[in-house]
Design a binder for this molecule. Structure first.
Ligand SMILES: [Zn+2]
Length: 275
């Protein structure tokens, strides 16, 4: 993890443009989403180099592929989610913003493991959350509310958790965690454990916010609770019913990665120095 060369920066920018354009053409990203992804990709590919790129691409490709694979099945649930399958700029920044900050920090403070752990944990958290969202809807039994596990809710409800979703979150975090351990100079397996557990924690924190303070709305026409605002999928204006108005799904995703990173740093502190 050394200073980037001019060639690496140029290659990074070209790679970011190519992948974002491809994702735009495949309808995985909206136009604004593709522009945001180009900036994030150029910074991570160009400044980070190939190890950092592998982690970002693992998140980006696996989550886009899962969203695509379950698009039809989720169609009926779509009104519950605030966004369709095309990711917009808010989603791209919410999912990739913290990882981008860590690659910038690594350019300022090279040769420190905390930048790599922070980067990997930020991605492990949003990867866990995305895998849980996409695969959790396949669970045959309805999810339960994370703040009250006796209470069953409809699939797709913010704050709902299921066994399949939680296993998917653990798998999603462990894929990033194992790559982060293997791609670190002199393979470092403790990273696998810390990053996987922290990523799972981040995705559960995401559900916790969804159940408590995330902005939720109501569509008077369909008589349904939704994350969508200002308009529901039926074009009816939605009414705010609970949660902090500014805390939309994009900020919840960002908070998911922040909480994962804090969990990882606390764990490292605990294992290195004790309490
Ligand atoms: Zn509606």
């Amino acid at each position: 993890m050394n200073l980037p060369s001019g060639a690496q920066l140029l290659l990074g920018v070209l790679l970011a443009i190519s992948i974002s354009y491809l994702a735009y053409r495949l309808h995985s990203l909206s136009r604004a989403g593709a522009i945001a992804a180009t900036f994030i990709g150029a910074i991570i590919f160009g400044l980070g180099g190939w190890q950092w790129s592998v982690l970002l691409l693992t998140f980006f490709i696996s989550s886009s592929a899962l969203t695509r694979a379950f698009k039809d099945r989720k169609h009926e649930l779509d009104e519950k989610f605030s966004k369709g399958s095309e990711r917009d700029a808010g989603q791209v920044l919410g999912n990739g913003g913290l990882a981008t900050i860590f690659v910038l920090l690594n350019a300022i403070f090279p040769l420190h493991s905390w930048t790599w752990i922070g980067f990997a944990t930020a991605l492990a958290s949003v990867n866990a959350d995305t895998w849980a969202t996409e695969l959790g809807t396949l669970d045959p039994s309805p999810p339960r509310m994370i703040i009250d596990l006796r209470k069953r809710v409809e699939a797709g409800t913010s704050g709902g958790v299921s066994l399949w979703g939680t296993i998917a979150a653990l798998l999603g975090a462990s894929v990033i965690g194992s790559l982060a351990a293997v791609l670190y100079p002199n393979i470092h397996w403790p990273f696998f454990i810390w990053i996987t557990i922290s990523g799972l924690f981040g995705s559960l924190f995401d559900s916790f916010l969804g159940a408590t303070v995330q902005a939720m709305y109501f569509c008077p026409k369909d008589q349904k609770e939704t994350e969508k605002h200002p308009l529901h999928s039926c074009d009816t204006p939605t009414i705010h019913i609970r949660g902090w108005k500014w805390l939309n799904n994009d900020w919840v995703n960002f908070a998911c990665s922040v909480s994962g990173v804090i969990a990882a740093q606390l764990m490292i502190h605990f294992f290195s120095y004790g309490f």
